[in-house]
Each structure stands twice: as C-alpha cells, then as structure tokens.
Design a protein around this ligand. Structure first.
Ligand SMILES: NC(=O)c1ccc[n+]([C@@H]2O[C@H](COP(=O)([O-])OP(=O)(O)OC[C@H]3O[C@@H](n4cnc5c(N)ncnc54)[C@H](O)[C@@H]3O)[C@@H](O)[C@H]2O)c1
Ligand SMILES: O=C(O)C(=O)C[C@]1(C(=O)O)C=C[C@@H](O)C=C1
Length: 297
C-alpha cells in the first residue's frame, strides 16, 4: 500500500472537496485539486481542503490516484483532460451518481477500460453545492458503492477502497446495473418527486404565499428540491431507463391512492399507510444502527 499517496481531485465541489478535506485533515494523502472554475482551487487551498491547487492539468505528473468529482455529463471532458496521467496511475475513480454512463464515457474516451479504473459512488451528500459546502465528516458511516469493471486491478480496487474507508465510509461492491436500479428507486425518484411537488406548489401559489404556512412535513419532504439543477439534469438524462421504470410503477400506485380517496376506500388507505409506516420504521432502525457503528478513524 502506498504510504501517503498523491491524489488529484477533479471538481472541487461538495463531494470532491469533502473527500479531499477529510484526507487532508488526517494527513493521509497529498491532495492536488483542479476545477473548471479557476478561482476554486485557490479557495480550496485557502480553506485547507487541498495542498496543491492545479491551474493546468497538462503540468501535473506522477499522481497515484485521480478522483473525478464533476457532474455526470462532464465526466468525458474530465477523462480527456487526465488522459496523459493514466499509464502511471494506480487508481482512477469517480463519484458520479450514475454508474453505467460513467463507465461508457471512460471506455469511449480511452478506447478501453483501463485496469486502474474503479467506478464509485458515495451514498452521502446534501442539497448544497460548491467548495464552501465541504464537510470533512460527510462520508462518516455512510455507504460507498464500488462497481469494479472486469478490467479493474486488485491494486486499484484496494487503493480506492482504502481512501474511502479512511474518510469513514463503509465500502461495498455491486454490479453496475444493480447500482443504477437501486439508486433510481432510493435517490433519483425521490428527488424527482420533490422537485415536481415544490414546482407545482410554487406555480399555483401567486407570490409563493402558501410556503409561509408550511412546517415540518413540507420541510422534510422538500429539502432535496434545493439540490443543484445541473447535477440532477445530468442524472435523469443518464439514468433514464431505470428511473422511468420505477417512476411508472410509482405513478400506478399513486393512481390507486387517488381512486381510494375518490371512492372513500378507507381500507386501502389504511393498508397502504400501515405498510409504508412499517417500511419507514425499518429504515429508521437501519439508520440508528449505522450511527451506533464503530467510531470513524
Ligand atoms: N451532491 C450530492 O449529494 C452527491 C452525492 C453523491 C454523489 N454526487 C455526485 O458527485 C458529483 C459532483 O457533485 P457535487 O454535489 O460535488 O457538485 P458541485 O456542483 O458541488 O461540484 C461540482 C464541481 O465540478 C466542477 N466542474 C464541472 N464541470 C467540470 C469539468 N468539466 N472539469 C472540471 N471541473 C468541473 C464545478 O465547477 C464544481 O466546482 C456528481 O457527479 C454527482 O452526481 C453528488
Ligand atoms: O442528502 C442529500 O441531500 C442527498 O441528496 C444525497 C443523495 C441521496 O441520498 O439521494 C443524493 C445523491 C447521491 O448520488 C447520493 C446521495
């Protein structure tokens, strides 16, 4: 294992900067950072997120690992810019919320999947974006899903695993198709519903009057509607098949509830709500168990 790897983060937003900040605070890696916004690497350095701000990627050599932390549709551009580093890299990974599309981008840009490439996705985040939102403990006790390709080398997987474990994450592996289906259901669909509901209410209420009267229920349901529009635009276009599949199932179930209200079918309402409450209570238990887990390093 490399003692203090040189790690280059491309995209110093919420996720890239939080990852860098965690490793830097623990002095576990030498952090290099690049962003398409030229002011961001200097800000990241001043905030203690990275060691070395990078202005021109062509000047960078000798990295052990590169982490692509840009929106999913910007991945091809990021891969193109670090192509010269690939032959000497131990590990190349990403944090994209969609995995098949990122694998396809890497294959397309490089002509093949390199052994150093291990796709990944931290199952942690926030509705905030940008370097100033960086949080060193963002990944503590959260899952990090790796979807290694058939070409990923054991050394690459080991380095990526250890970097995320050092950020406090529980690292697991999953086939890429399964990842995109699971995340469509648990993350992508809820964001679509939140964006849609808030938009409907905002458009119906001249001058957004009704928001004054909303409290905890609306707050809990709508928090994620404040998430970054570019990030979510990319996710829905790049994981459209799995999202449409679960969205259509949800629309059918919602229609049943609509009919139950219309026909005063209280039994159906009670059955659905009881089943949903039991599932949500189970999820609460899982979250509580995870919080009790081992102290992050
Ligand atoms: N926000 C979350 O909750 C969350 C959680 C897990 C994974 N992700 C994934 O992480 C990635 C980054 O999300 P984020 O929330 O950190 O976004 P962000 O908007 O906070 O940061 C993205 C950064 O990438 C930079 N960037 C954009 N295009 C670039 C390019 N071509 N080259 C270099 N830099 C570029 C932007 O200037 C910005 O600083 C996305 O792929 C997203 O799907 C996000
Ligand atoms: O907590 C939030 O705000 C998030 O949106 C985080 C969240 C999610 O749980 O859906 C969003 C996108 C990701 O790719 C991973 C995690």
């Amino acid at each position: 294992m490399i003692a203090k790897p040189k790690v280059l983060v491309i995209g110093l937003g919420l996720i890239g900067a939080s990852f860098a900040k965690s490793l830097k605070q623990q002095q576990l890696a030498e952090l290099y950072g690049y962003d398409q916004d030229p002011t961001v690497p200097e800000t990241a350095k001043a905030m203690g997120v990275i060691d070395v701000p990078v202005g021109d990627l062509a000047d960078v050599l000798g990295m052990d690992a590169v982490v692509l932390a840009v929106p999913v549709m910007a991945m091809p551009d990021a891969v193109r810019r670090i192509r010269h580093l690939i032959p000497t890299l131990t590990a190349l990974t990403d944090v994209g919320s969609v995995k098949q599309a990122v694998v396809d981008s890497v294959r397309q840009e490089l002509g093949e999947l390199p052994g150093c490439f291990v796709p990944g996705h931290p199952i942690a985040g926030a509705e905030k974006s940008g370097v100033t939102a960086a949080q060193a403990d963002l990944f503590d006790r959260h899952m990090h899903i790796l979807t290694p390709t058939s070409a990923s080398t054991p050394e690459a997987i080991e380095l990526v695993r250890s970097l995320w474990a050092q950020c406090g994450a529980q690292v697991v592996e999953m086939p890429v198709e399964r990842h995109d289906e699971v995340l469509a259901a648990t993350s992508h669909l809820p964001h679509l519903l939140a964006f849609s509901l808030v938009d409907t209410l905002a458009r119906e209420s001249e001058n957004r009057e009704i928001f004054k009267y909303a409290a905890g229920g609306f707050r809990d349901f709508s928090r994620i509607a404040a998430s970054d529009p570019t990030m979510w635009h990319d996710i829905f276009l790049m994981n459209s098949e799995a999202t449409l599949k679960i969205l259509r199932r949800f629309q059918a179930d919602l229609h049943l509830l609509e009919e139950a209200i219309e026909h005063r079918d209280g039994d159906l309402l009670r059955t659905v709500f009881t089943r949903a409450k039991s599932a949500r209570d189970y999820f609460t238990e899982i979250m509580e168990e995870r919080q009790k887990g081992p102290e992050p390093k």
